[in-house]
Design a protein around this ligand. Structure first.
Ligand code: ZN
Length: 289
């Protein structure tokens, strides 16, 4: 792991609004530390931010994709349409992934999954079964998208890869191996329930807003989390189905997390990164909690 791009967090609440300097959007190629045998130390938990952009790739950022690593767990939160390219740029090999958790069924959050399945079927076979968890309808939407993009392939890809799809019921804790996932429905029309997520791994809680406008569900998502990753598309302007920095400031006292960092930055927010009350994530940043 490149120390220059690593941020280690201690659990002091006062640091919630500490100054923070965002890292460059692009990092040089580097060997994959876990495939090279340099896995994180016992019980450590890292989050590598593969993509922190909006649906439009504003600022040259990749679509949403976060890699959570702890022990033998290599879990992706979301995998947008541009995420397979971002993973390749960072020499992160999909065969090593153990879990994929999808917040909602928009292309910039799940559109890369058909490509990962195609990769596993024809390019880099998996040794273990990939478990894909998401909102109700996740399997149908992934298979339909695969068939739309590569007609006639789903009947060959799926038997080769045999992914296990897990539909997550809202406000219910689902245990997948050593990972607990609790989704909360948020407000973001996407043809299926859209979720904010709480993941409990190795004694830590990672919370993620998904995409949403303000909803009291975010209070539950963020409650006591070691790190709350929150979307912040806009700065002041109201954007339907999304959050702005202004709205987050209005509700800041309700978000009782230990740390909060912003992702899914749109053009207006990108222009105000230096003014942000909370640290803004960037592609390639690695956070240890
Ligand atoms: Zn969305």
């Amino acid at each position: 792991m490149h120390p220059e791009h690593e941020v280690e967090y201690e659990h002091d609440s006062a640091a919630c609004e500490s100054p923070f300097v965002s890292r460059p959007a692009r990092l040089p190629f580097r060997p994959d530390p876990w495939l090279a045998g340099g896995a994180a130390s016992h019980m450590s938990l890292t989050i590598e931010f593969i993509g922190t952009g909006d649906a439009f790739g504003s600022g040259g950022r990749f679509n949403t994709c976060f890699l959570v690593s702890s022990g033998s767990i290599r879990l992706l939160i979301d995998c947008g349409a541009t995420s397979p390219v971002a993973l390749q740029q960072r020499n992160l090999a999909p065969p090593a992934l153990t879990h994929l958790v999808i917040s909602h069924l928009h292309g910039d959050h799940f559109g890369g999954v058909p490509f990962l399945l195609l990769d596993a079927a024809y390019n880099r076979p998996r040794e273990t079964r990939l478990r894909i968890a998401g909102p109700p309808g996740v399997e149908r939407r992934v298979v339909d998208t695969l068939e739309l993009l590569f007609p006639g392939t789903s009947g060959r890809v799926l038997p080769r890869v045999e992914p296990e799809f897990v539909e997550l019921p809202a406000r219910h804790r689902t245990q997948l191996d050593d990972v607990s996932i609790t989704p909360f429905e948020v407000v973001h029309p996407s043809g299926a329930p859209a979720y904010g997520l709480r993941l409990e791994i190795a004694g830590r809680t990672i919370a993620y807003s998904g995409d949403t406008e303000w909803t009291p569900s975010l209070i539950d998502v963020a409650d006591g989390a070691d790190l709350f990753i929150c979307e912040c598309f806009g700065w002041e302007t109201d954007v339907p189905s999304h959050l702005s920095h202004r709205v987050l400031c209005e509700h800041a006292a309700e978000l009782r997390c230990r740390r909060m960092m912003l992702t899914h930055l749109g053009p207006e927010m990108l222009a105000h990164i230096s003014d942000s009350r909370w640290p803004c994530l960037s592609d390639g940043l690695v956070v240890t909690i």
